[in-house]
Design a binder for this molecule. Structure first.
Ligand SMILES: Cc1cc2nc3c(=O)[nH]c(=O)nc-3n(C[C@H](O)[C@H](O)[C@H](O)COP(=O)(O)OP(=O)(O)OC[C@H]3O[C@@H](n4cnc5c(N)ncnc54)[C@H](O)[C@@H]3O)c2cc1C
Length: 462
């Protein structure tokens, strides 16, 4: 076993590990060893289906020091008029460049692909079995603490009878022409993308069956657009959210209000969503998805027999020559929140709602800017994982507490304004004294957020 020295040992070279490492390089002279069991940087994007895209704008995704795309707007398709969404291939190329041209080029980072970190101070090659011992001077950084399953890297949890065709979405473009009917299993972002892919290629919606154990609330992508042109739209959307909280009689009333003002969307106005996973859609995408009439809401799929689907709450006929497309991996970690700084470890988690790369970069900055772990943890409370609908509110309350705790720290405020991952603050800082409409919108947001934050504990306890 050889022995290596470093300041930080980063487990995982996905988006979170890279966003963290990038900030450490920017703000310190530290050395980093990054280890990933995959062959390339980019984490789960390496195993994504070929038609995957970001579901939030590229402009605020990735690492802080290098942009991914710009404010170019799509001119066609269901994202028309909104800022572009990088494809999976573009995301992977971006992370490859970040690794080569930023992290490795610094001379302070070493990357060990195809290796498993087996204990805090050891990693082992998956190919040769060679073991490396690491003397970590500062921290072991678990960027995979929040890691999750995607369909192509695990088997479905339901049984599939012999002779039934069941694939992950990765294989769909290659085999779609060989089936008469399609069963999409899973209500999340992957299921949505798969349905949209089929529809966009002219598949008659009557040939699609969508298995939806639980309906989700979706973020309206039109309201989270970066850039000065969308500034009013963005900040007024946030104000509407807090005003809905302020006016809500209870949680059910809150979601009704959020939908009424266009902040949250759902597939079927007659069905109450019970989950929230940060999935983000446009109105046009929703309109497409609503063309699918055969949505099966009978709980979780237990098995697929040759002629039927067996679900928790009943059975449904399986049309002849059906292709099952498994999109049922949860895509969200179920691990409990733990303090980010724990002993010698940093456990990367989200500290702002639905913003994983912002969160990892921010944690990297805080690691370099403050000395005391108690203070660092107080600035970076982990938000709950988005699972149930109520988590929309639970995440917001922790995000809000974090934001409040950052006030008064000039170095944090300065970082927030210059961070490309923190799209709204930079736009706020650019507002000029004569831009009355924008200033009024900022004041409205400030008032609404103060009142809304004060109301949340009451809503949650009820
Ligand atoms: C389809 C899809 C679309 C998404 N779109 C967006 C979006 O638009 N905007 C957004 O902000 N987020 C989006 N997300 C969320 C996305 O999950 C994050 O942006 C981010 O890519 C997650 O990166 P990660 O580094 O946390 O995890 P991962 O990508 O899972 O990376 C963790 C890495 O750690 C490695 N690893 C784990 N354990 C070990 C070990 N013991 N030893 C060695 N290596 C290890 C794994 O091999 C993996 O490569 C999307 C997610 C999905 C699934």
């Amino acid at each position: 076993m050889d022995s290596l020295d470093t300041d930080y040992l980063v487990i995982g070279a996905g988006a979170a590990g890279m966003a963290f490492a990038d900030e450490i390089l920017t703000n310190s002279d530290a050395r980093i060893i990054m280890v990933d069991r995959r062959d390339k940087p980019g984490g789960h994007w390496n195993d994504a289906y070929p038609f995957v895209r970001l579901h939030q704008p590229s402009a605020f995704y990735g690492v802080n020091s290098r942009s991914l795309g710009d404010l170019t707007r799509d001119v066609s398709g269901p994202n028309k008029g909104l800022c572009s969404l990088a494809s999976g291939t573009e995301v992977l190329a971006y992370f490859e460049q970040v690794m080569q041209q930023r992290l490795l080029a610094s001379g302070r980072v070493r990357f060990f692909p195809m290796c498993d970190v087996t204990a805090d101070d050891t990693f082992v090659s998956r190919l040769t079995g060679q073991r490396h011992h690491v003397n970590v001077r500062r921290r072991v950084v678990d960027s995979a603490y929040w890691t999750f399953d995607i369909p192509s890297t695990r088997k479905p949890k339901y049984q599939v009878a012999a002779g039934v065709k069941c694939i992950p979405p990765n294989l769909l473009p290659g085999v779609a022409s060989q089936s008469d009917n399609f069963v999409v299993v899973g209500p999340g972002k992957t299921g949505i993308d798969t349905c949209l892919w089929l529809l966009s290629h002219g598949i008659d919606p009557a040939r699609i069956c969508w298995v939806m154990p639980r309906d989700a609330w979706f973020i309206n992508r039109a309201n989270i657009q970066p850039g000065d042109d969308f500034f009013l739209n963005f900040i007024e959307g946030l104000s509407r959210q807090f005003e809905a909280i302020g006016a809500a009689a209870d949680v059910a009333d809150l979601f009704a209000r959020l939908e009424a003002v266009g902040e949250l969307l759902r597939l079927d106005p007659k069905v109450s969503p019970s989950i929230y996973r940060c999935a983000t859609v446009t109105g046009a995408e929703l309109a497409e998805l609503r063309r699918i009439g055969n949505v099966v809401r009978k709980g979780y799929l237990k098995s697929v027999e040759r002629d039927r689907l067996v679900l928790d709450q009943g059975e449904v006929e399986l049309k002849p020559d059906s292709l099952i497309i498994d999109c049922s991996a949860s895509g969200i970690s179920r691990r409990p929140q733990v303090p980010v700084w724990t002993g010698g470890r940093i456990n990367i988690q989200m500290i702002r709602t639905c913003q994983p790369t912002f969160s990892a970069a921010f944690i990297g900055f805080i690691e370099t800017a403050f000395a005391d772990d108690t203070q660092k943890n107080a600035l970076c409370l982990p938000v709950p994982n988005p699972i149930l609908a109520i988590d929309w509110l639970r995440m917001l309350v922790v995000s809000g507490k974090n934001r409040m705790s950052w006030r008064g720290h000039a170095n944090i405020e300065e970082w927030l304004v210059r961070s490309r991952l923190n799209v709204l603050f930079a736009a706020m800082a650019r507002v000029k004294p004569d831009e009355t409409e924008k200033l009024l919108a900022m004041k409205r947001f400030q008032d609404a957020s103060m009142a809304g934050m004060a109301k949340i504990p009451g809503l949650l306890s009820a």
